[in-house]
Design a protein around this ligand. Structure first.
Ligand SMILES: Cc1cc2nc3c(=O)[nH]c(=O)nc-3n(C[C@H](O)[C@H](O)[C@H](O)COP(=O)(O)OP(=O)(O)OC[C@H]3O[C@@H](n4cnc5c(N)ncnc54)[C@H](O)[C@@H]3O)c2cc1C
Length: 265
């Protein structure tokens, strides 16, 4: 690992100032993705800005129609939240399926969403629920946030402070894990709102995406049978050592049906 400066700011403007002051400096949240990247020298930032001492970035708040989760909230806190178990259990389930206990006790929701790994779980919930990404500069709707492979709409110097999730009528998440890494080979988040259904898929392609034909079918009839015959196109899906595109396409339908089952359970 190359040497780097380490800062532990106590206010968000101070963190933003430090980030802007040194080119290529990096925020560190749980470090679950960033630290291995540094150890392998895949990134060599001149400075790390640790978010762990910033006040107000952690915790889960119920606002009625929405639930806000601070960016530094650990996956384990989301998984065991009694508030989420009652109001948005699919999100707690999703968090409980991330990695292993060590990863869940260090990794944060803000870090996961900012990183936008194509196989990460949270992006499916953020897009599937039509959440809002709250930063130190603005609010970004989920449909505009995920731009591509490890790419988001975040600008230089922008820090995610929270995620705001609309509370659905029903929601479910189903994930087919890659056996070694436990990342999603395919994960599907389904959310039913009074206005219609949203379906978001992670793991299958270079970034999380929605499936409009499934959304339309489930809005008409919220039952797994409504989407059983819907196959997604393999064009643009990932083929790698873990699975071919056609297998991933098949898994999207299977996981979407399971997610609807979970929402109805
Ligand atoms: C063994 C292992 C298994 C895993 N399995 C899974 C899995 O099954 N599913 C899954 O979804 N993930 C999995 N992960 C990833 C894990 O969920 C990480 O927590 C997550 O990817 C990054 O979160 P972090 O808090 O550790 O962020 P960090 O590693 O600290 O940061 C990641 C990136 O996000 C940026 N960043 C962090 N916080 C912010 C912020 N608030 N605003 C703006 N940018 C920010 C950092 O600068 C960095 O570029 C796994 C990781 C490991 C090591």
């Amino acid at each position: 690992m190359k040497s780097f400066a380490y800062h532990q700011p106590s206010q968000i403007p101070e963190a933003a100032g430090l980030l802007a002051a040194v080119e290529d400096s990096k925020l560190v949240a749980g470090g679950m993705t960033l630290i291995p990247t540094l150890k392998q020298r895949l990134a060599t930032p001149p400075a790390l800005i640790d978010l762990s001492k910033l006040p107000g970035l952690s915790g889960i708040t119920d606002e009625g129609a929405t639930i806000t989760i601070g960016a530094m909230t650990r996956h384990a806190e989301v998984a065991r939240s009694t508030l989420l178990a009652e109001r948005l259990p699919a999100l707690a389930t999703l968090a409980s399926l991330i990695g292993d206990p060590a990863v869940r006790n260090r990794g944060t929701i803000g870090g996961s969403v900012a990183n936008n790994d194509p196989s990460a779980d949270y992006p499916a919930a953020v897009l599937g629920l039509g959440a809002t990404v709250v930063t130190n500069m603005r609010e970004i709707p989920a449909d505009q946030f995920f731009v591509g492979l490890f790419e988001t709409a975040l600008r230089d110097g922008e820090i995610i402070t929270a995620l705001r999730f609309p509370v659905p009528l029903k929601a479910g998440y189903a994930k087919f894990k890659a056996p070694a890494s436990r990342y999603a080979l395919v994960g599907v988040f389904v959310a039913q709102f009074a206005e219609g259904v949203r379906v978001a898929v992670t793991g299958a392609g270079p970034g999380v995406f929605r499936v409009p034909p499934m959304e339309q079918a489930l809005t008409q009839h919220f039952d797994p049978s409504a989407i059983a015959a819907i196959k997604i196109d393999t064009e643009g899906l990932t083929s790698d050592i873990h699975a071919e595109a056609d297998y991933r396409a098949h898994l999207v339908t299977v996981m979407a049906k399971r997610a609807v089952d979970a929402a109805l359970a």
